[in-house]
Design a protein around this ligand. Structure first.
Ligand code: PLP
Length: 320
């Protein structure tokens, strides 16, 4: 059993009253509050170790680089990616999805191809695909849903054709909370030679994610929805696909050699991380993952189910 009173003590923002009542915060799908462990990790970094990463040979730079790369390893283990080369730090889910649509979508989608999404998607998993479809004269196709509000796999099978190149779908709906059958959908799109892009913004904070078990080609999520800081997120991609994908941003950190007219890219994962990254954000995200792991993702999921079992009948008692 999760000790709620103890967990609550970890969140300093809850030590206040709003409208003369103790603060109860329910807007976690939009963004979560941060435990003191995350806040102090960020403070410690700025107070003791702040320096740029991968550049300096001085002590602080070595410390900052070590912590930044430890954060990448923590993310890798959390989603069970095969290698840290497959873990890219981004600004959040929105950036991650845009990178895939532009850096990968532009390479594999041609005129007349089909891109599948669903009516469950957040705008950040709709608009980048609309734009890709426009750029390539491809067709954007919405997959059918079941009455419960998840993707209907049997119906999807009849819709997905040999023209299918990308299936972009959320693992957990931010509106309904329904969980989509990612593994089955991955099998359907892989069978026609296409790729699955998973929006994990609402699943990663609430359940154990295993990108290899899901067979996700790309998987995106945000730090701030899982007790981590804003401005940091992750794009996971299978190594071979990230090798194929082109960077969307260019500049320092992501280059190998720069000639007068052209340049070559650094190896994965640095090829995508142009400019000074959000070092404190990555360190804060690591602290958030350590915090969630300490409680246990299974415990967290069970606690949420318990709340759901309590809430639904109570809501149904309210007339209208
Ligand atoms: C399912 C889903 N996808 C994507 C996003 C976008 O996340 P961000 O604003 O952190 O980029 C959200 C945010 O609400 C979401 O709920």
């Amino acid at each position: 059993m999760m000790e709620i009173a103890k967990v609550r003590q970890d969140f300093p923002i809850l030590f206040q009253t709003v409208n003369d009542e103790p603060l109860i915060y329910l807007d976690n799908a939009a963004t979560t509050q941060k435990p003191k462990q995350v806040i102090s990790a960020i403070e410690n970094y700025y107070a003791h170790d702040n320096a740029n990463v991968h550049r300096g040979v001085h002590t602080l730079s070595e410390r900052a680089t070590k912590q930044y790369e430890e954060a990448r390893e923590t993310v890798r283990a959390f989603i069970n990616a095969a290698s840290t080369k497959e873990v890219l730090f981004t600004r959040g889910t929105t950036t991650s999805l845009n990178w895939v649509a532009q850096g990968f979508g532009d390479q594999v989608v041609e005129a007349g191809d089909e891109i599948y999404i669903t009516a469950l998607e957040h705008h950040s998993n709709v608009v980048p695909w609309q734009q890709l479809a426009k750029r390539k004269q491809a067709r954007l196709v919405y997959l059918p849903l079941t009455d419960e509000g998840s993707v209907d796999v049997a119906a999807a099978q009849t819709v997905i054709s040999s023209k299918g190149k990308i299936l972009a779908v959320t693992q957990a709906s931010n509106v309904m909370g329904t969980i989509n059958p990612i593994k089955e959908l991955a099998a359907l799109i892989h069978a026609v030679g296409g790729y699955i892009v998973v929006d994990g913004a609402q699943s990663t904070p609430h359940m154990t994610v295993n990108v290899q078990q899901l067979d996700a080609d790309f998987f995106a999520f945000s730090g701030h929805k899982m007790s981590g800081p804003t401005g940091i997120g992750v794009l996971y991609g299978k190594e071979a696909l990230l090798e194929q994908m082109t960077p969307v941003e260019f500049g320092g950190e992501m280059i190998d050699f720069v000639y007068d007219e052209t340049a070559t890219w650094a190896p994965l994962p640095y090829k995508f991380e142009a400019g000074t990254p959000n070092i404190a954000g990555a360190i804060g995200l690591k602290a958030a993952i350590d915090y969630l792991n300490e409680i246990g993702m299974t415990e967290i999921q069970e606690h949420e189910h318990q709340i759901m079992r309590y809430l639904l009948p109570k809501i149904q008692e309210i007339a209208g």
